[in-house]
Every structure is written in C-alpha cells, then in structure tokens.
Design a protein around this ligand. Structure first.
Ligand code: EPZ
Length: 416
C-alpha cells in the first residue's frame, strides 16, 4: 500500500487548479442511467471513486468513453439492473444507481452499502421515498430489491437532511408519473449541479438549492452535455493547507460562493481571503487564531471540512471546540493527530482542541478520506518527517494530491 512522506515546515506558495467535484460527479454519472441517449460530462475528476463507479455502470451495460476529464456514457443498452456487493462495498455512493434504475427499468437490485469508518450510513430515507412513489422494496441477503410499474409522483419529507437521499429521489422523480415534492431536501451545491444536469437532459425541476424541490415527471430524458462543478471540499482543503503553513496561495477554477462558511472561519482564524469570479486567494498570518465550529447541512459549515479544521486548530493560538452533528464517528483523525503531539480532548460529538507551539512528525494511519486530508495538513506543518499510511483513502477523493502540493512547494513524496 502506498504511503505519503511529508517533510514539514514549508510555506505553501503559488497557484493550483481545482478539479471537478467528486460529490457532484458521482450522482451525475449515475444520471446517465435515466436516458437512452448518450450524455457527455466534462471536468470529471480522475479519482478512484469515479473509476469504481464507471466499472459498476459498465457491468450494467453502460458504454463509456473516457478522454481525460471528458466522459461520454451511453445507457441505451442496459443489460442488468444489479449493483453487486463486491463493487458497492468499495464505494457507498453506488447507492446512487438505485433511484435511476427504479425509474428507468422499473426494477433494481443494489447491495446495501453497509457502514464505513465514519458511521452506520443507513439508506432508509432512500427506500422510504421510493416506497412513497409506489415502488415495492424488499431487503434480502444484504440487497435492496426494488420493483413495480412506473413510479408515481408523491410528496416526500425526509426525516433528516440527506444529500444522496435527496439526489436519489430527485433522479427517480424525473421519470415518475406526475409531480414529486421533496421537502427537507439537501441544499448542497452538488444537488444543484445534478439538477442542472438533469434539466439539460429534459427534466423539469424547480427549487434545487432550497429545501423544497419540485419535479414534474416526464416520459423520457434525452442526451446532453454537462460540465461538473469545481470541488469545494478540495478547495477548502488547500485553503487550510495554505493557512497552517503561513503560505500564500491562489486556487483557480473554483466556485467561491460554495464555500462561504469555510471562508468565514478562515477569516476568523486570521487569514486574508480574497475571492474573485472563479478563484480564491489566501494569505495566512504567521500564527493562526483557534476557531470553533459546528458542522451542519449546507450552507452551514460542511462536515467534510471538519478534520481539516481540527488540524488547523492543533497549531493555532488558543482553544476551540468542534462539534460534529452529521456523523456519529467522525473524530478518528483525533487520535492520529495526538500522535503528532496535538492537544485534543473528545467528549461525545464535541472535540476541544488547544493549540500547541508545534507538532512533531510521526507515522500515522489514514482511516477515511477527509481524516486523511486532515493528517496531510498536520504533516505539512509538523516538525520533521510525517509518514501517512493507507493513502488509498486520499486517492479516492483528491486528484493528483502529491503533485499539486509539490507544485506549491511542499516536500511530499509518495512511496510504494
Ligand atoms: C454525502 O454523503 C457525501 N457523499 C459525504 O461526503 C458528506 O459527508 C455527506 O453527504 C454530508 O454532507 C457524497 O455525496 C457521495 P447524508 P451521504 O445522507 O449522502 C443520515 C466525502 O468525504 N442518514 O447527507 O451518505 C446519515 O447517517 C463524503 O466526500 C440516515 O439516517 O450523507 C448521516 O448521519 C463522506 N438515513 C446524515 O443522515 C438515510 O437514509 C447525513 O447523511 C440517509 C442518511
């Protein structure tokens, strides 16, 4: 398994281009299942999770052509509506084929994703919504089996805000008979990007980005071309890396408006952040000020940036509290940061972080995608060498991470 070796202490300086958003690309690639005509996506990030999903779609009969960041998918010849356990277990977002398959084929068998490091990650809201739309849903031998005739529009209210739940139900509603209203819908920018793509394919969707999404079902969707939005979490991750190293970095090809909560916290921490149309420039102070935060659904502070800010607080002056309200077990990076000398106390879903003068490099282990990002950020500022093991987690969600960091002046090396 690959490792990442980081020699801390280098200020990050320069410019880096942001890639397409993983969490927009995954639902949007699944949207290809809704049409019998080819769809072309650009700015698709070259990530492990994207390759995994394309392999899953291919075994269903979807034809894929890939040229760098451009992917054309043709789902005219679907051969089977099954997402097998062996593929789903490596990527939970595979559940996003459930809604499109139920809508397009009238039946689907998708392995239950199971939990992951950060929590149980149930999909009961996805199932409840499809049942409300008239689907017959059974769970046997670890698979969700959906069957029934054409879905019917319904009024759906999810018990909690769920991003992929909203996305699955919105996709299913596109081909349903009548109007579907999704209340308590997720407002994340990735939901809006998916809705924009679906509308380009002929769907009739209003309200994406708000907590009430209305979908008028149509009989079929046609082909389209859609550019994936920039990755706001990748953007936030590099902003934090620049902040902890006292650096000065410009991020290009990004969408500043999708990061207000993160930019607000970086400003409180003492950074000068300047936003232009599609770029963000950050200049960090010598010493950061600790900043408290509470994760919550968009537009509040994103849970996917929590680990990165914990790393930032480890070397800031003062103490801060971090409350994780979305997932039940998303502090696994804390014990690894403590190995680097961080002063962190966990009490339930709240972490108290007291800044220390400096972290000391050590060998640490990545447990999930964003925890790994937090460890990279800590390693960039720790004294001496930090080795991060199991960095396949990073490769799932960050395109060319080592190359991009090296281009900014970091001393980073990937070893087999
Ligand atoms: C999406 O996961 C993202 N993944 C996650 O990013 C992100 O952390 C999360 O949204 C929250 O923003 C993708 O978009 C592919 P949820 P998702 O459904 O949709 C509970 C990353 O690092 N819930 O919004 O799976 C759930 O347990 C990943 O890129 C139910 O109880 O998250 C959680 O506590 C990690 N039943 C809360 O809701 C359901 O049916 C929010 O989960 C669905 C969710």
């Amino acid at each position: 398994m690959d490792k990442l070796l980081i020699e801390g202490g280098q200020r990050l300086m320069g410019e880096v281009a942001v890639s397409g958003a993983k969490n927009a690309a995954l639902p949007i690639l699944c949207a290809s299942l809704l049409s019998a005509e080819p769809v072309t996506f650009t700015n698709v990030p070259q990530l492990k999770d994207v390759s995994t999903l394309l392999a899953l779609l291919a075994q269903m009969g979807v034809k894929a052509e890939r040229d760098g960041g451009t992917v054309t998918l043709d789902a005219s010849g679907l051969t089977n509506a099954v997402a097998p356990y062996e593929m789903v277990k490596t990527m939970r977002a595979s559940i996003l084929v459930l809604g499109p398959l139920a809508a397009r084929c009238g039946q689907a068998s998708v392995s239950l994703p199971g939990g992951c490091a950060i929590g149980a990650r149930p999909v009961d809201q996805h199932i409840k919504g499809l049942q409300a739309m008239g689907a017959t849903v059974g769970i046997e031998h670890g698979y969700v089996h959906v069957s029934g005739s054409r879905l019917k529009g319904a009024r759906l209210v999810t018990d909690m805000v769920t991003v992929t739940g909203t996305e699955n139900l919105m996709m299913a509603a596109c081909l349903a008979d009548g109007e579907t209203v999704i209340e308590n819908a997720a407002c994340e920018p990735e939901v809006v990007d998916l809705a924009d793509c679906l509308c380009a394919m002929g769907a009739k969707i209003a309200g994406a980005g708000s907590d009430v999404i209305r979908v008028q079902g149509v009989s079929r969707l046609h082909g389209a071309r859609h550019r994936i939005m920039p990755d706001r979490i990748e953007t936030g991750t590099y902003l934090c890396a620049a902040a902890v190293t006292g650096g000065q970095v410009r991020l290009t090809g990004t969408q500043p408006s999708s990061l207000d909560a993160v930019i607000g916290k970086l400003s409180v921490a003492g950074c000068a952040v300047r936003c232009e149309a599609d770029s963000i420039h950050i200049e960090a102070p010598k010493k950061l000020t600790a900043v408290s935060l509470r994760t919550a659904p968009y537009p509040a502070f994103p849970t996917d940036m929590q680990a990165q800010f914990m790393a930032l607080n480890c070397v800031a002056s003062g103490a801060a509290t971090i409350r994780e309200t979305i997932f039940e077990n998303r502090f696994m990076h804390a014990v690894e940061l403590q190995r680097l000398g961080a002063d962190i106390h966990i009490d339930g879903n709240t972490a108290m972080v007291r800044g220390v003068d400096s972290l000391q490099g050590a060998t640490v282990m990545a447990t999930d995608l964003r925890a790994s990002a937090g460890l990279v950020i800590a390693g960039l500022v720790a004294e001496g060498a930090t080795t991060i093991e199991r960095i396949y987690h990073l490769d799932r969600g960050y395109e060319c991470l080592d190359e991009k960091l090296i281009a900014l002046g970091a001393k980073v090396r990937r070893v087999k």
